[in-house]
Ligand binder design. Structure first.
Ligand code: NAD
Length: 467
């Protein structure tokens, strides 16, 4: 794996402070305030994604073995679309709102302004490094903030590329890429920011939230966890298997919304497995080990973690993924009859392993989900509306998705975020814009309101207080 050069943040501790100070000065100077300036930066960001797409695909092929088609569809294409759409929608988002108030207060002109928070820090992970870096940045630009973007050291070629190309397209006085490892990130976290947007795992989230708490910095935490799939017996099992397997194969299961485990009624388990086997053959006639349509595991450490979890399972492997540790490859692997305390249920799998847990009833599946941390997504396959409503009412998760996996991410107008252990705050388009801005409320009291206000002045009579 390539190593990352911490070019932007050198060894001098003051340099993090210098960068933050410079961005603060830009913000204070009002450069980012005009809507047209923000729109221009969003167009530039879209232009960068378009013009540098080959370099981006090459970098992600090198770092993650990511198929070019997947990078173009799930990262480059989405960034371009959302940057352009945000630019188009921005004037409407930024329009001051006039809330409904009582007739008595109308003349006070109650108004809500969307104000930029200031200078913000974005810390992104390795698994979808482009969309997860630029989606928050699009929101920060739209909101009128200045920002430092700290990409993941686990995708060094890509992160280096960002440091090279971002200054060519965006205003460097307002937006900076800072690369580095934990020490560099720690230096950034020592400083006061006006918002921190972190995407990654819950363990590091606690470190970041503690650093933010020192400065009372507001945060968005986009985390992960184990997203279950509930198979209700009314569903089309064959189609469910196809859609789940497709969702699981994206980025070799290394995505926060990847179906983590399946809960199926005991008597339907074998039918589901047959359907998985059939669709696996159709997706990968030669197997996934050498398929250019299937990605690699990000690091040796994660490859070892996955093979170790698999070696300890008490379940039965029914779709055997071959592994090639030298190339960090692992084929999709399906394990049946997985019990409550199995190794595969210990932690978020974040890889191409799919355990199947047989249950006795829908209520049993609901209890199983509710006994664990709130997932980022709850997937359920059912043709029964009352089952869907029961799941909406009786479970908690950041998102609940019926009859598909992964595709919820394509909806530009839905917020995406977690609850409890899967995080807080949300993103995507308007919701990311809102994360980086705050509602500044205002009234403007007219001179003519004086008779209406007369009773408040001192000395006040008891009658005036009662009235
Ligand atoms: P990662 O290892 O790339 O870490 C994420 C970021 O945290 C990186 O920029 C890294 O430099 C920084 N970091 C790591 N250790 C740190 C420390 N000690 N102090 C300060 N910063 C530190 O990525 P990861 O955490 O392995 O990402 C995978 C996790 O992220 C999974 O749990 C996944 O579910 C979750 N995730 C969530 C979303 C979402 O939108 N909800 C999206 C993608 C991934």
């Amino acid at each position: 794996m390539a190593t990352l050069v911490s070019t932007t943040l050198d060894a001098i501790p003051q340099s993090a402070l210098k960068i933050r100070t410079a961005l603060r000065a830009t913000f204070a100077g009002g450069v980012t305030r005009p809507i047209e300036w923000r729109q221009n930066q969003l167009y530039q960001l879209a232009r960068m994604a378009h013009d540098e797409r080959d370099a981006i695909c090459d970098a992600l092929q090198k770092d993650l073995g990511k198929p070019k088609t997947e990078v173009l569809a799930a990262e480059v294409g989405v960034v371009i679309k959302r940057a352009l759409k945000s630019a188009e929608k921005l004037p409407q988002w930024a329009e001051p709102e006039h809330p409904e108030v009582s007739a008595r207060q109308k003349s006070w002109k109650p108004t809500l302004y969307r104000a930029p928070k200031g200078t913000v820090l974005i810390i992104s992970p390795w698994n979808y490094p482009m969309i997860l870096s630029f989606q928050p940045l699009i929101g920060a630009i739209a909101a009128g903030c200045t920002a430092v973007l700290k990409p993941s050291e686990l995708v060094p070629t890509f992160s280096q590329l960002l440091a090279d190309i971002v200054p060519k397209y965006l205003d460097s006085n307002a937006f900076r890429v800072v690369n580095g490892y934990v020490p560099e990130t720690t230096k950034l976290l020592d400083l006061q920011w006006d918002h921190i947007f972190y995407t990654g795992n819950g363990k590091v989230a606690r470190i970041i939230a503690s650093a933010a708490a020192k400065h009372l910095t507001p945060m968005t935490l986009e985390l992960g966890g184990k997203s279950p799939v509930i198979i209700d017996s009314t569903c089309d099992i064959d189609l469910a298997a196809k859609r789940i397997l497709w969702g699981k194969c994206n980025n070799a299961g290394q995505i926060c919304v990847s179906p983590d485990y399946v809960l199926v009624q005991r008597e339907k388990q074998d039918e589901l497995i047959k359907a998985f086997q059939k669709h696996y053959k159709a997706f990968f006639p030669e197997g996934a080990l050498d398929s250019p349509m299937f990605g690699s595991i990000v690091s040796d450490l994660h490859h070892k973690r996955l093979t170790s979890l698999l070696s300890r399972t008490k379940g039965e492997v029914v779709l055997h993924g071959r592994v090639d540790p030298a190339r960090r490859r692992m084929e999709p692997t399906i394990v049946k009859d997985v019990a409550d305390c199995d190794s595969l249920l210990e932690e978020e799998l974040f890889g191409p392993i799919l355990p199947i847990v047989p249950v006795d009833s829908l209520e049993h599946a609901i209890d199983f989900v509710n006994a664990r941390s709130h997932p980022l997504v709850l997937y359920a396959f059912s043709e029964n509306e009352s089952v869907k409503q029961q799941l909406v009412k009786e479970t908690q998760s950041g998102n609940i998705v019926f009859n598909d996996t992964f595709q919820q991410l394509a909806v530009d107008d839905l917020p995406f975020g977690g609850v409890g252990e899967s995080g807080y705050g949300s993103q995507v388009m308007k919701y990311t814009y809102e994360a980086f801005s705050y509602l500044r409320s205002s009234i403007d009291m007219p001179k003519e309101a004086e008779p209406q206000l007369a009773k408040r002045y001192l000395p006040r009579s008891e009658e005036a207080v009662k009235a």
